[in-house]
Design a protein around this ligand. Structure first.
Ligand code: SAM
Length: 447
């Protein structure tokens, strides 16, 4: 989501027409330096001030330099960022990044720092320009379809920093995807904090009816949106991330069975395998309910690979609770996870809960959990050896620029020998070896 927002900041500045914007990775060359921040965990939040300190001296060298802080830390701290780092010129939230040109202009005209961390809801979606066309090689694109979260899990700052769930209108999403498809994009990833809570307003009735749950009061759900995207012939693959188990409807599960273009991979955050902890987190489901969703998904799509999020060491998590999480991992057979030690976030209910688990125990638990997930993921990779996989070639391999790297439908990176002209194409690759974090393959030569 943050990467997507960073790209949008570039698109917005490039789209103003008043300045030519060239991206640079060298702060010394920049006239505008923007930090896009995340406050989901404390470490990420503290990093912002550390990073700001590293560019502070550039202000003396280039007095016109504009330093801005955006994202969730900006939203949470607001003017306090300028108070702590007075050399910061603008502070904007995830919902006001489209106002960047105005904020920069106001800073330059007034000489005063500008802070806008308001929540103008849908205005952002309306104001965002289409994705820039600079990356013509890319056949994969991210499309943000909803923002924010209304679940208020006790550990999470997102509802306070990004606001409640707001969906982008159905036709506007389809129009963006149609224009991406016309530019050669074949893989779409639909993005949102709880992407399956999508309820996009429809200006006219587009298939389905209130009776089948696809729409009610002229709102389209994610299932209907995926069906409409799958009807576009240029689009070969559809992904969506990240989901909330409470929003995984039977209609969406059925779409996994009926829509081959939807990848056989789903990221479905569970957070814990203990009902006691899930209740304290206010997740709104039990372990049994989560497992029942997985069972239905696997009936719909037997080859489905599942990844998830875990929080280890939530306040009050006992050894017994943690063993339940380990059991859930084996019961479900997760293929990957984003797993972190619980980080208390100011203003969230969990930050006030008693937490007597020593940090070393939490670290030990996290290591054990990650090791088990890696074992399971490696077993899946090994089972792929000898199979032919459809791969979208994303570019050069990270470790060897002479090779190419592509992504399989179940989200694995495959490195293989191949010519530059394959970049951006879907091709078939035979998997020849499984490594701990990638696969090796050989391009299938058409007979
Ligand atoms: N759809 C997701 C869900 O079901 O919760 C929301 C994704 S959330 C924005 C990203 C992930 O960050 C969460 O799934 C959670 O594992 C992690 N996270 C959020 N708050 C955290 C905290 N206070 N400490 C550690 N991890 C946290």
């Amino acid at each position: 989501m943050n990467e997507y927002d960073s790209d949008k900041m570039v698109d917005i500045l490039a789209g103003t027409g008043t300045e030519t914007v060239v991206r640079t990775d060298t702060p010394e060359d920049a006239d505008i330096i923007l930090f896009n921040t995340c406050s989901v965990r404390e470490k990420a939040q503290e990093k912002v001030f550390h990073d700001l300190g590293r560019v502070r001296h550039l202000k003396q060298l280039k007095p016109g330099l504009v330093i801005g802080v955006g994202g969730c830390v900006a939203s949470q701290e607001g003017a306090a960022i300028v108070a702590r780092a007075p050399y910061v010129d603008i502070v904007f939230g995830p919902q006001t990044l489209h106002r960047l040109p105005e904020l920069i202009a106001a800073r330059r005209a007034s000489g005063r720092a500008q802070v806008d961390v308001s929540f103008p809801e849908i205005e952002k979606f309306d104001a965002l320009p289409p994705a820039s066309t600079t990356d013509t090689m890319s056949a994969a694109a991210f499309v943000s379809i909803m923002e924010g979260c209304s679940k208020y899990c006790t550990f999470c700052v997102v509802p306070y920093t990004r606001g409640e769930e707001v969906s982008r209108p159905f036709e506007s999403v389809l129009a963006e995807i149609a224009s991406l498809a016309a530019r050669g994009v074949g893989e779409i990833t639909l993005l949102g904090q709880n992407v399956n809570a999508y309820r996009g307003a429809m200006s006219c009735s587009a298939g389905g009816s209130a009776a089948d749950g696809a729409q009610s009061d002229d709102f389209a759900d994610l299932a209907l949106l995926i069906e409409a995207i799958a009807d576009m012939p240029e689009i070969e693959r559809i992904r969506y991330t990240t989901s909330h188990p409470r929003e995984l409807t039977q209609r969406l599960i059925d779409i996994h069975a009926s829509t081959p273009k939807l990848v056989p991979h789903l990221h479905l955050p569970v957070q814990s395998g203990s009902d006691r902890i899930l209740a304290a987190m206010k997740r709104g489901y039990t372990v049994l309910e989560y497992k029942s969703l997985v069972r239905k998904l696997r009936i719909a799509r037997p080859e489905l690979s599942l990844s998830t999020d875990f929080i280890v060491g939530f306040p009050g998590e006992t050894a017994e609770d943690f063993e339940k999480t380990m059991k859930l991992i084996d019961d479900v057979g997760f293929d990957a996870s984003f797993s972190f030690i619980y980080s208390p976030r100011p203003g969230t209910p969990a930050a006030d809960m008693a937490d007597d688990t020593p940090q070393e125990i939490k670290v030990e638990r996290l290591m054990r959990l990650q090791k088990r997930i890696e074992e399971l993921a490696f077993a899946v990779s090994q089972a792929m050896v000898g199979t032919v996989q459809r791969v979208l070639v994303e570019g050069h391999a990270r470790k060897d620029a002479a090779e190419l790297a592509g992504r399989t439908a179940n989200n694995r990176v495959v490195n293989f020998a191949g010519g530059e002209r394959l970049i951006g194409q879907f091709i078939d690759v035979t998997i020849t070896a499984a490594l701990p974090h990638s696969l090796r393959g050989e391009v299938v030569i058409a007979a």
